[in-house]
Design a protein around this ligand. Structure first.
Ligand code: SF4
Length: 409
């Protein structure tokens, strides 16, 4: 079922019928885009490339390839109930349970033949240590070339030139490996789409400063799909434009609002195997006012200097720097979105996110925000009983409540 393009066509059809029931047409459009892309991935008609979470996917779009994010696929597989089976298969293949469950799930799903066969794999070394290693292993399974972008830690001029040089070579090598013709005009067009996506998301993010929040952060976490796979596509530019327009219209029409007991800033991703945690937050009156993953941190791309500007984008990530930079960005977001508290979803096995979380917590608490480090796992429900997470959330909300009451006295 998972690997049949027909399944995706059927669900696409069902989605059309349910179009009006979507609270946001941008989410409906994104669903259509995701299903269409996944269906294409399994038909094998367009050369498919796997891209790791932070790889600049514009490279693939500019060569008219079909990019596929196995991390997103792992979340999808988990969401539809096959996560446990894939995780077990990954563990049987030797992926230990202290590794990130996204990677275990991908390894298991690949072993079971659930994932589409790539013509090439594109991984980047920044932020996610595990991805380049996993991609190397997957390249062996699929007998496909793996291109690894080596991103240095220092974001100086030398680093920009070094990364830009690699990207240019990689672009040509990838074109050769997939039978595509490298075309600078198409590359420029891709960068313009990417800039469109960036500008629209900035616009949407600005609109989200309103109190109460015009859109739920839980809905906004779905847009991770566009961040991982869409940047550079015409569709991501259009969907993000639709999103910004819809939020604008909602605000202009005065058709928004609701009780906001606690405004929260959400760091990292969320559990995909169950909706219990997110529902609990909503029922307790918590609103995700903003999410770290939706923050636009990079400068616009320059179609006249495509590789250099893509290199700048890669090197600009605030989490691939000393932890003080992540603290600075989180503080700015907490102020901008006027949050009452910050929740860091500490996904097991993710060194890039949880590595500095205690330092982050201390610094943000000193600056005046209550912080909860919520230990959990995005995909593996065995790693943390939901009951434990809910108890910790409840205790955190009591702290937020007491602070609010303290302010009123
Ligand atoms: S959660 Fe962390 S370790 Fe896992 S795939 Fe994402 S960045 Fe990599």
């Amino acid at each position: 079922m998972l690997s049949s393009p027909i399944s995706y066509r059927i669900v696409e059809g069902a989605l059309v019928l349910a179009r009006k029931s979507f609270p946001w047409q941008a989410i409906y459009q994104m669903g259509q885009f995701a299903l269409n892309q996944t269906g294409r991935a399994y038909t094998g008609k367009v050369p498919l490339v796997w891209t790791s979470a932070f790889f600049p996917v514009e490279i693939a779009w500019s060569l008219q390839l079909c990019p596929f994010s196995p991390e997103v696929a792992a979340a999808f597989i988990t969401g539809i109930g096959f996560g446990q089976e894939a995780l077990s298969m990954g563990e049987e293949a030797g992926y230990s349970r202290d590794l990130c469950s996204f990677h275990r799930c991908i390894a298991g799903a690949a072993r079971a033949g659930h994932l589409p066969r790539p013509r090439a794999l594109l991984a980047s070394t920044h932020l996610c240590d595990g991805a380049p290693l996993l991609f190397q292993n997957m390249a062996e399974i699929y007998n496909a070339p793996c291109f690894t972008l080596d991103v240095p830690y220092a974001a100086d001029r030398d680093a920009e030139v070094y990364v830009a040089g690699q990207l240019e070579r990689l672009w040509h090598d990838l074109a050769e490996a997939t039978g595509r013709r490298p075309d600078r005009v198409a590359l420029g067009e891709t960068l313009r789409h990417s800039n469109g996506f960036r500008e629209n998301m900035i616009r949407a993010n600005e609109l989200r400063c309103r109190v109460p929040s015009p859109i739920s952060g839980n809905d906004m976490l779905a847009f991770i799909y566009l961040f991982f796979i869409g940047q550079g596509s015409r569709e991501a530019a259009e969907i993000s434009a639709c999103l910004a327009k819809e939020i604008e219209e909602k605000i202009a029409g005065g058709r928004w609002g609701g009780v906001e007991k606690f405004r929260l800033l959400w760091l990292h991703l969320k559990p995909y195997y169950s909706n219990e945690v997110m529902s609990f937050i909503e029922q307790a009156g918590g609103v995700l006012a903003f999410e770290e993953f939706n923050h636009i941190y990079w400068p616009p791309l320059d179609p006249d200097e495509p590789f250099l500007s893509l290199a700048r984008k890669v090197l600009a990530h605030f989490d691939y720097k000393p932890v003080e930079e992540r603290i600075r960005v989180i503080r700015e977001l907490a102020e901008k979105y006027r949050v009452d508290g910050i929740i860091h979803f500490s996904h097991h096995g993710c060194r890039q996110s949880t590595g500095g979380s205690l330092i982050l917590k201390e610094a943000l608490q000193e600056a005046g925000w209550p912080v909860l480090l919520l230990d959990g796992d995005c995909l593996d429900g065995r790693n943390e009983a939901a009951g434990g997470m809910l108890t910790r959330l409840q205790a955190f909300f009591e702290i937020l409540e007491e602070r609010k009451e303290g302010c009123l006295i």
